[in-house]
Write a new protein. Structure first.
Length: 422
């Protein structure tokens, strides 16, 4: 691959970032939050859908696989689509697909009782969510560079806040007996409207044809798949995505089956997890700017290992919920820091973020059926022990996320991100 031509990170002017950059920051946060709201809305009603369709853990895992397949299909080209259309248009298109799928899944499950319709809707949710994930992370990384300080974890904290809202609304809807079809359809419409408004504030799209033809863009994408650092960052994100996705998919069901919680209480446990994620991502920006990616990622991964193990092995519901909170805090930074690491060189951010996203989302592809099949044999709660077992070797991947040294790639390290990475 040709040597990277990068756009240096310039400190903001004395007066601070421009209004356009601040507006884009707020718009990206809104899009992240609404994407989290949409995804959590689905997951919060999984127990009701499981019971309504009378699914075993194994069959439920296969159903959830449809969502992961949709994301995996979308992501290999999502970066190129984003570069071609611009992040705002790519997010708008992706969220339209996501909202359509959410409504179809809800109506198919709650009104028609049609499993194929639910699977089709989930495929659309995964495709839209996966495409939106790449586009909004590319825009978020661009805004982070324009600001000159770490902000990506806070975008993901906004996603987690949206998830908290989705989990809370889901718990309330379950307690009040709101039909799944109505719940998911109304939320889909609200998410689409809000996302279209948020994306309008994105930074103006730069020329998609930066002198690079479509064939040249595809060549860059293939070259990114041969970069050792990009692949290692992808594996780090894969483990983080598995730790997060396993909780999204199975925490509510695991606490209902393993600890005898009610459906509403199971949704509330999922809410505890996303509160922990939100806390970790909100405070994580300060920690990352002070101590660097290496020490902070190592600490949070250890927290996730301890928390996930405690959630499964505590033997007591209240103690297990404490483990869930630690699990959420510990799993909070792997994904956003991995995306920032993939986008350290702006020129190739779109292809590298796509590669890292594809690798990371493999966890969502393999996770649901793996844990579902294990759940059939050892119970859903015990199956979650896979999470800490996978995270242990992930500690060896942390050095790959460190920012490239100034002079090694021509990319100046972001303020607050280098030098302190031990």
């Amino acid at each position: 691959m040709d040597p990277a031509v990068t756009t240096p990170v310039t400190p903001p002017p004395d007066g601070g970032p421009s209004r356009a950059v601040l507006a884009a920051r707020n718009g990206v946060a809104v899009v992240f939050a609404l994407n989290g709201l949409a995804v959590a809305t689905w997951f919060s009603r999984v127990p009701a859908i499981r019971d309504g369709l009378d699914l075993t853990p194994g069959r439920l895992g296969l159903l959830l696989l449809a969502m992961s397949i949709g994301a995996i299909v979308a992501m290999p080209t999502a970066g190129l689509v984003t570069q071609r259309l611009g992040a705002a248009r790519a997010v708008a298109l992706a969220t339209t697909i996501l909202a359509f799928g959410l409504a179809v899944a809800g109506v198919s499950a709650g009104v028609l009782g049609a499993l194929p319709g639910v699977a089709l809707g989930l495929f659309a949710v995964g495709y839209g969510s996966g495409s939106c994930d790449v586009a909004m992370n590319i825009e978020g990384a661009l805004v982070e560079r324009r600001l000159g300080w770490t902000v990506m974890p806070r975008f993901h904290a906004a996603w987690s806040l949206g998830s908290v809202a989705g989990a809370g609304l889901g718990a309330g809807a379950a307690r009040l007996g709101v039909p799944v079809g109505l719940h998911l359809s109304v939320l889909a419409a609200l998410v689409l409207a809000g996302t279209l408004l948020g994306a309008r504030a994105f930074l103006p799209a730069e020329s998609a044809a930066d002198g690079t033809t479509a064939a040249g863009q595809r060549k860059r994408l293939l070259a990114a798949w041969r970069e050792p650092r990009t692949l290692l960052v992808g594996l780090l994100v894969l483990a983080a995505a598995f730790a997060e996705g396993s909780a999204n998919d199975w925490l509510a069901v695991a606490f209902i089956d393993g600890y005898g919680f009610s459906e509403a209480a199971g949704a509330a446990v999922f809410g505890v997890f996303v509160v922990g994620m939100t806390l970790g991502r909100t405070l994580g920006t300060v920690a990352l700017d002070r101590w660097g990616r290496g020490p902070v990622l190592t600490t949070t991964i250890v927290l996730a290992i301890v928390g996930a193990g405690l959630a499964v092995l505590a033997g007591s519901g209240p103690v297990a919920v404490v483990g869930v909170a630690l699990w959420g805090i510990g799993a909070s930074l792997g994904f956003p820091v991995g995306m920032s690491a993939a986008a350290d060189e702006e020129e190739h951010a779109h292809v590298r973020v796509s590669v890292v996203a594809v690798i990371g989302y493999t966890a969502f592809l393999a996770g649901p059926p793996l844990l579902g099949l294990l759940g059939d044999h050892v119970g859903t709660l015990r199956a979650l022990l896979v999470v800490p077992l996978l995270l242990l070797p992930t500690l060896l991947l942390v050095p790959a996320a460190r920012p490239p040294a100034a002079g090694s790639t021509g990319v100046p390290a972001r303020a607050g991100s280098s030098g302190t990475d031990g």
